[in-house]
Design a protein around this ligand. Sequence first.
Ligand SMILES: NC(=O)C1=CN([C@@H]2O[C@H](COP(=O)(O)OP(=O)(O)OC[C@H]3O[C@@H](n4cnc5c(N)ncnc54)[C@H](OP(=O)(O)O)[C@@H]3O)[C@@H](O)[C@H]2O)C=CC1
Ligand SMILES: O=C(CO)COP(=O)(O)O
Length: 337
Amino acid sequence: MSEKIAVLGAGSWGSILANLLDENGNEVSLWSYNPKQVKELNEKHTNTHYMKDFTYSETLIAYSDLKQALTGATTVLFVVPTKAVRSVAGDVKKVLEELQTKPQIIHASKGIEQGTYKRVSEILAEEIPAELRKSITVLSGPSHAEDVAKRDITLVTAASTDADAAKHVQQLFMNRYFRVYTNSDVIGVEIAAALKNIIALGTGALNGLGYGDNAKAALMTRGLAEISRLGASFGANPQTFTGLAGVGDIIVTGTSENSRNYRAGDELGKGQSLQEVIDTMGMVIEGVATTKAAYELAKQRGVEMPITGAIYQVLYEGKDIRTAISDLMMREGRSEF
Ligand SMILES: NC(=O)C1=CN([C@@H]2O[C@H](COP(=O)(O)OP(=O)(O)OC[C@H]3O[C@@H](n4cnc5c(N)ncnc54)[C@H](OP(=O)(O)O)[C@@H]3O)[C@@H](O)[C@H]2O)C=CC1
Ligand SMILES: O=C(CO)COP(=O)(O)O
C-alpha cells in the first residue's frame, strides 16, 4: 500500500514518523512553519535541532507552504504541539476547501487544550468539518522518536471510532521494527497519552531530588490510577490504561532520559526554576500545560487526582517539591482499590 501523506510538524516526532512513512514506500511531504528548517531538511536531509545525528531519506520533501504539502495527500498526519493544533487545523481547513480533497486524518500529539479541555481529536473534528475529511485516528503509545530513529523495536496503538480507519493506519505504519495495534477507545488513549506527561515530570523530579526506583514505581502506579479515574469519568475503557497508551507510555516517559517531560522534572528536582527549564529545553514539554488543564478538569468533574494536584502546586503555585511529596505521603491511609 502506498499513499501520498502530508505530515504537519517537523519536530522530533513528526520528522521521524515522516521518515518512517517514507521508508514504508509512501510519498511523504513534511510541513514546517520554519523555512530554515525546511531548507536544512531538503538540502542536507538533517534536522539538527530536533534530531541530532540522523539523516533523513532523500525522497522525503519538506515544505513551508501548507497548500503544497497538502496537494494530493490522501492522509494528513498532525504532529504539532497541542497548543498549535487548533490554528494549524484551521489553516488546513482553508486549504482543503480549495483543494476539494477529503483525506483521512491522523494525529500523534499528546495533550489537552488549555481552557476548553478538549482532546486533540476533538479539536481536529471541530476545526475540520466532516465534509472535508474522512475519519480521525490517534496514534499513541511508548514511542520516543530517538528509539524509532534507531529502528529500535516500538509498539503503538492506532485508535479510532472507525475500525476500518484504524486498520488502515495500522497498515500504513507497520514494518519490521514498528508494530501497530488497533483500538476503538479514542477517549482513553488520548487521556492516557496526555496525562502520562504529568507523571513523567514527577518521576523526573524524584530523580533530580535523589529518590530511588521504589519512589518512581510508586508514582507511576498511583499516577496511572488517578489517570484511569479521570478517564472513567469520560467513559474510557479501563483496559486502555493497562495497554500501550497507558502503562506502556507511563513506563517509557516516566523512566527515560529521552523524555523531555522527565528531563524537565529532573531539572526542577535539581533546583532549576520552571522558566529556566522551559527556556533551555528548546522542544515542547507538553506536561507543563497538561498539568494545568488536568488539574482544572479534575476539579470541574470532582475526580480525585492528588498527584496531579501536587504537581500543579509545584509548577503553578511555587510549592516546594519536598513539601509536596511529604504532603502526599502523609495523606490519610486508604484502600488501594
Ligand atoms: N518526541 C517524541 O518522541 C514524541 C512526541 N509526541 C508528541 O508529538 C507532539 C509534537 O512533539 P515533538 O515533535 O516531539 O515536538 P518538538 O518540540 O520536537 O517539535 C515541535 C514542532 O512543532 C513546531 N511548532 C511549534 N509551534 C507551532 C505552530 N504554532 N505551528 C506550527 N508548528 C509549530 C515546532 O517549531 P519551532 O520549534 O520552530 O517553534 C517544531 O518544529 C507533542 O504533542 C508530543 O507530545 C508523541 C510521541 C513521541
Ligand atoms: O510521548 C513520548 C514518548 O511516548 C515523548 O515524551 P516526551 O514528550 O516527554 O519526550
